[in-house]
Design a protein around this ligand. Structure first.
Ligand SMILES: Cc1ncc(COP(=O)(O)O)c(C=O)c1O
Length: 467
């Protein structure tokens, strides 16, 4: 693109647009690292308007599942657009949504039998919270509290924020939020229960078996149990991102943690909501993260990768027990009064149907295992780096926590923006990843090559060496 027209585009962006999760004062002043203006994409790469290509190491914020411009997904959307792009789902239905519900129910845990559609991860969680609350109302119990984990992230709408435990994003909205109990999450590297609160580095491959990790798990589970023992009669549901609290900087849970958390819900008669918006569709190495622990929750929330990362769509899957409780006469007002204009958008459902067909026909998740092993090997080779405090890894997701002092775990000063600066530098190598504070986040799509994976970790090492 001509330099003048690119500058014009950026000028108009800065004049008219407010970007999400962005300090706009920085954005306005961000020359020379001018914003990348993305023009097109193919496979693992995004191309800017100058034709420069960038390896998409963060799957366009965790949505791209099978690479960009997958021919089969492209075709499915084009075919659907010749039929109908959108129709309401209130009182009408359509084949793409019906087909998709059938496909999803075949791969979800078998206790989940009903699919409720919405259009993003936050709404998928809102729906589950409201369904859980109403379920207890129908049973004559007023349970208006939820249990979730510190460091949790379930989205940005007020209900999702209420069960969110990331102070940086959520604390300022406290007066607006509903009541919630928070249990410590197993952020074992900086476990607040640990004597002296001293962080300890663990290699990515030994993480889940480390005795300190197991001790942290025990303390966190006890905290959740103490809350449930005392308050379960007021708690409608417990919410969890199974296996990995992704938005907190990839806080990967110790082996067995999710199973024990789920068992507590059963013991105390509290519903369980598993938010698999980030972890669903193979990201942990299994189709759904709950499969690692054979957990069967009352709800699973899905979005992001469901359409291959093409279009907004979300699902809240529920059990017959929940669904049946809403059945009644019209005048009983037991209807679930919730819906969105774009609920079950046919184009998005067509993309999702194509995505699930590819996952099945191409055996994508089976073929993923050697890639995960390669990724782990690469991460382990970084573990000893003096600027890395902790590496957390699950499937195709990893968080690399950068520290000033490896021995003490002392962080860099926040205002130095160390993590952000490394990401900006990596763009010169043609790689896009994002930071969460000083944790570098890698989120691969499922068909990335080993060579591409090594390119990302190699660039990280180079820029850490330059720190
Ligand atoms: C676990 C989890 N839940 C919910 C959400 C919110 O999804 P959305 O941004 O589509 O509203 C996210 C987004 O990152 C997430 O990681």
């Amino acid at each position: 693109m001509h330099l003048k027209s690119k500058k014009q585009l950026i000028k108009k962006d800065k004049q008219n647009i407010w970007h999400p999760f962005t300090q706009m004062a920085d954005w306005l002043n961000n020359d020379p690292s001018e914003p990348l203006v993305i023009d097109k994409a193919e496979g693992s790469y995004l191309y800017d308007v100058d034709g420069k290509k960038y390896l998409d190491g963060v799957s366009s914020l965790w949505v791209t599942l099978l690479g960009h411009r997958n021919p089969e997904i492209d075709k499915a959307i084009k075919k659907q657009i010749d039929k109908v792009a959108h129709t309401t789902f209130l009182g009408l239905t359509h084949k793409p949504a019906i087909d998709l519900s059938e496909k999803l129910l075949k791969i979800l845990p078998e206790n989940l039998t009903k699919i409720f559609y919405s259009d993003n991860g936050s709404t998928a969680v809102e729906v589950a919270l409201k369904m859980a609350y109403q379920y207890w109302q129908f049973k004559g119990q007023n349970r208006s509290f939820f249990l979730s984990l510190k460091n949790a992230y379930h989205g940005d709408t007020i209900g999702a924020v209420s069960v969110g435990g990331t102070d940086l994003f959520h604390a300022k909205f406290k007066p607006l939020l509903f009541k919630n109990y928070f249990a410590q999450s197993p952020y074992c590297y900086r476990c607040p229960h640990r004597k002296g609160n001293v962080p300890f580095p663990v290699k990515a491959d030994t993480f889940k078996k480390h005795s300190e990790v197991m001790a942290c798990k025990g303390r966190c589970i006890k905290e959740a149990e103490d809350i449930l023992a005392k308050h379960h009669k007021n708690i409608a549901a417990a919410v969890i991102e199974p296996v990995n609290q992704a938005a907190a900087g990839m806080i990967v849970m110790p082996k067995g943690y999710v199973k024990e958390y789920a068992a507590l819900c059963k013991k105390y008669g509290v519903l369980l909501i598993c938010d698999e918006v980030a972890t669903g569709f193979g990201r942990t190495g299994k189709m759904f993260a709950v499969e690692h622990d054979n957990v069967k929750p009352d709800f699973i929330c899905l979005s992001k990768g469901i359409t291959g990362g093409y279009l907004p769509l979300a699902v809240t899957a529920a059990t017959d027990k929940i669904y049946d409780s809403f059945l009644g006469k019209y005048e009983e007002f037991k209807t679930f009064f919730h819906g969105h204009s774009y609920t079950a958008n046919p184009l998005a459902c067509a993309a999702a149907n194509a995505t699930l067909d590819i996952l099945k026909n191409d055996k994508v998740i089976q073929k993923l295992q050697p890639k995960i092993a390669h990724f782990q090997k690469e991460l382990c080779s970084l573990s000893g780096h003096p600027k890395i405090g902790n590496i957390r890894h699950s499937g195709v997701m990893a968080g690399i926590e950068i520290v000033k002092d490896k021995k003490t775990g002392k962080a860099f000063e926040y205002k130095l923006k160390t993590g952000a600066k490394i990401c900006t530098e990596m763009r010169k190598d043609g790689i896009i990843i994002r930071n969460l504070g000083d944790t570098l986040v890698i989120f691969l799509h499922l068909t990335m090559t080993n060579k591409e994976i090594s390119k990302i970790t190699g660039s990280i090492k180079k820029h850490l060496d330059n720190l």
